[in-house]
Design a protein around this ligand. Sequence first.
Ligand code: SAM
Length: 455
Amino acid sequence: MKAPKADGFVSPVAGEPLRDAGAHWVSEPSGVKFPLIGGVPWLTPDPQRALADWQARADGLIAHFADRIAEMKGGIAEAKGGGGSALTRERLGKHRSLLIRHHEFLKDLLAPLKLKGKLNAPQATAFGYRLPANQGLLGYFQNLIRDWALSTGENEAQLEVLKKAVEPGAVLGRLAVLGSGGGRLAYDLHRSGLATETIALDINPVLVLTAQRILSGRAVSLVEFPVAPRSLAAVAETRECKAPQPVGDGFHQVFADCYHLPFADGSLDSVLTPWLIDILPRPLENLVGEINRVLKPGGAWLNTGSLNFQLRDLTKCYSVEETRELIDAGGFRVETLAQDDIPYLRSDLSGHGRIETVTTFRARKTADAAARARPDTRPEWLRDTMRPVPATQILQASRVVFDVQAYVLGLVDGRRSLDAIALLVSQRYGMPEDNAREAVVNFFARQDEDAIFQR
Ligand SMILES: C[S@@+](CC[C@H](N)C(=O)[O-])C[C@H]1O[C@@H](n2cnc3c(N)ncnc32)[C@H](O)[C@@H]1O
C-alpha cells in the first residue's frame, strides 16, 4: 500500500491545498500542520487538539488496563488462597495473560500518538478533550476481528448487499469510505475493481492503525474478549488478523472527521457510509450537506448499515422513509433502497450474535445543496480561547450534575456502604431514603459499567 499524496486532499477547515513536508503535511497559506501518525495523515480540524484528545484517552486506556491486570493478580492470589476453585484460577489466569498481551499490543500500536504517560485513568477521563464524545478507542474492536480473522460469512454478505446497490456497469472511480472502521468493506470494494482510488477514513486510531498494519501485509495477533463467552476456554482468545490478498495500488487510509472532509468541493465520484449515519452525534442533515459538497455532479452516495438513530432529540431519530425524504431534499435523488437481514458480529467464542436489518441505498447527486460552507459549528467562545465562557443552561445543568456526583463520590471512604451513602444523600437533598438509595445504587452501577465498557 503506497502512501497517499498530499495534493489529493485539502485542509478540512479552510479547504486550502496541502503540501507534503516530510513528517507532516502543511496547509498553504495558513501553515497549519497535519501530522503523519504511523504513516497515516491526520486530517482533522485542529489536528493538535484532536491528537491531544486521543492521546489523553489512550493514556487513560493504557492506565486502566495496567490497573486491571494488577487487580486480577490479586484475584488470582485470592483464588489460590482458597477463595476459588481450580477452574476459577484457570479462567482468571487465562484472562489475565491475554489481557497482558492486549495491553502490550495497544501500547505498541498507540506509540505513534506519543503518549505522555502522565495522566492516570481518572485524570485522563476528567481532563481529556472529547472528540467525538461518544466514540471510545475500543468501541468497535470486535469489528477488526470480524473483518480480518473470522469466517462467519459476514464480510461476504455485507459486500453482496452493497454490490446490489451499485448501478450495473458503473464504476465508483475515486471513492471515500467514511467511518471505514477495521477497513474490510473498503478493502473488498477496492479489490473488486469498482473503485480506481479508495480512501478509507475514520477517526479512531486503534482501528486505523491496526488496519494500516494489516493492509500493509502484516499478520496482526489481536485478542478477542467475547461479549458472552461460551465456555471457560472462550473467555479470551488470540486471533490472527490478515488480509487475504494484498490490497493493491490506489488504496489509502487517512484520519478524518466525516463532518469536515479533507476533500475539495466536487472532487469525489462516490462516497460510501457503512454503518455510520445512525451512530453519529449530530442530526443526519449535517452529514448530507458535507457529502453533497465533496461529490461531483452526478456522483453516487452509497450507504449500508442499520438505521437506528439514538439522538436525544426524537424529531431527528428518522425512520427509513424520513431518511429518504431528507436525502432527496439535500441535493440527491435516492435511486435504489433495499433492506436485507444479515448476520452481525457473530463469533464462535460468544453466545451473543445478531441478525441486523441493513438499509442499503444509492443516492445520486442532482444539485449542489444550499449550505456548501464548511461547517464549523463550534460557538465563538470555543474557537477563541480569550473570550468569556457564557453561563449557558447546559453548562449550568452540568455543573449541578457534577456537584452532586462530586458530593456522592466524596462520601466514598472505603468504609461507608451504599445505604450509608444514600442516607447522607437523602438528608442533603431532602429526598425520600428509598429514592436516594435507588439513585445511589444506579450511580455506582453506572460507574462500574463505564469502567468496563467505555474504554
Ligand atoms: C459502527 S462502526 C462501523 C465501522 C465499519 N464501517 C464497519 O462497517 O465495520 C462506526 C465507525 O465510524 C467511525 N466514526 C465515528 N464517528 C466518526 C466521525 N465523526 N468521522 C469519521 N468516522 C467516525 C467509528 O470510529 C467507527 O469506525
